[in-house]
Design a binder for this molecule. Structure first.
Ligand SMILES: NC(=O)c1ccc[n+]([C@@H]2O[C@H](COP(=O)([O-])OP(=O)(O)OC[C@H]3O[C@@H](n4cnc5c(N)ncnc54)[C@H](OP(=O)(O)O)[C@@H]3O)[C@@H](O)[C@H]2O)c1
Length: 284
């Protein structure tokens, strides 16, 4: 039995769609009705909450391998609960969605420290682990969709600075390989796209695909911070601002060969991702 978490989110959903295995699969959500459509003859949806250890104990019963996606850096207990329950249930292998910056000592923001601690927890548990360490997801640009549709303007932080963003489909393919293949225990996989690209470049790609002009405008530091505070608690907004400073210094431009090495094909480029998701940026 394989358990997938995060299946209503960006990467977990793609993993659930791709995982073709003879092994039964269990999908976990706080609201399993949301994932009923993903269930099938060998796939069941279960309710579970990282905040509720007893729900995790039930979800992990009989599980051999699990895909772990946690998303709240202010609640380290989520990973603690999951790892403790996985250990008690005798889970042999956990594939953990982490972050590229974990391996970069100068990254000391809250989100990176949380993911670093999560990795340490798993390492210390005795359970076999695989860490997927992606750079920023290309799909983060879906956050621009409304502004593109309504105004033709994208407001960014450091629009000219580059990031080797990764296609979430490549992360999902790597997760599937790690969950079903051999030789992935004890490995940490840095995952990037094939090139470092700036927000301004991404906006230009969208404009070309949409065949309409789009403008990319840099926000001031304060505008950017206020925008983050409207969406996140202040410690998370602070962490994202720190992360933006690292990007401006060039810390996120490095390209890794891992996707190509593991999957035997080139990592997806932003143009391909944008082509396949362009509908989200068109007027509704
Ligand atoms: N975005 C990036 O650029 C980026 C880059 C590097 C690393 N990452 C890492 O990627 C991870 C996020 O992945 P994602 O974007 O695919 O996820 P996401 O789209 O943010 O979705 C979050 C998932 O977590 C589940 N979830 C939230 N709270 C839960 C709880 N209390 N109990 C059980 N499930 C819960 C949600 O399921 P339900 O609501 O159905 O319960 C949902 O499926 C984070 O660890 C982040 O650090 C992101």
């Amino acid at each position: 039995m394989i358990l997938l978490t995060g299946v209503t989110g960006t990467v977990g959903r793609l993993v659930a769609e791709r995982l073709a295995t003879d092994e039964p699969v269990r999908l976990l959500s706080r609201d399993p009705r949301r994932i009923a459509a993903l269930a099938g003859p060998r796939t069941e949806a279960v309710g579970g909450d990282f905040a509720d250890p007893s729900s995790l104990a039930a979800a992990l019963t009989g599980v051999r391998a699990a895909f772990l996606v946690t998303s709240d850096p202010l609640t380290p207990a989520h990973d603690e609960h999951f790892v403790a329950a996985a250990r008690s249930a005798g889970v042999r292998h956990v594939v953990k969605l982490s972050a590229r910056a974990v391996a970069e000592p100068d990254a000391t923001d809250l989100i990176t420290r949380w993911q670093r601690d999560n990795e340490e927890l798993l390492r210390a548990s005795g359970i076999e682990w695989t860490f997927l360490r992606p750079r920023a997801f290309m799909s983060n640009t879906l956050g621009w969709a409304r502004a593109v549709r309504d105004e033709g303007v994208v407001r960014t932080v450091n629009g000219a600075s580059r990031n080797a963003t990764v296609d979430p489909r490549d992360i999902a393919d790597t997760a599937v390989l790690s969950l079903t293949g051999t030789g992935h225990a004890g490995r940490a996989y840095p995952l990037t796209g094939p090139a470092a690209i700036s927000s301004a470049d991404q906006v230009a790609v969208l404009a070309a695909l949409l065949e309409r002009p789009l403008r990319c405008e840099d926000m001031t530091r304060d505008q950017a911070y206020q925008g983050l505070l409207a969406r996140y608690p202040s410690p998370v907004a602070d962490a994202l601002m720190e992360s933006a400073v690292r990007q401006r210094s060039g810390a996120k431009a490095g390209v890794e060969p891992t996707v190509e090495t593991l999957l035997g094909r080139a990592a997806g480029a932003y143009r391909a991702w944008a082509h396949d998701h362009i509908q989200a940026f068109r007027p509704v």
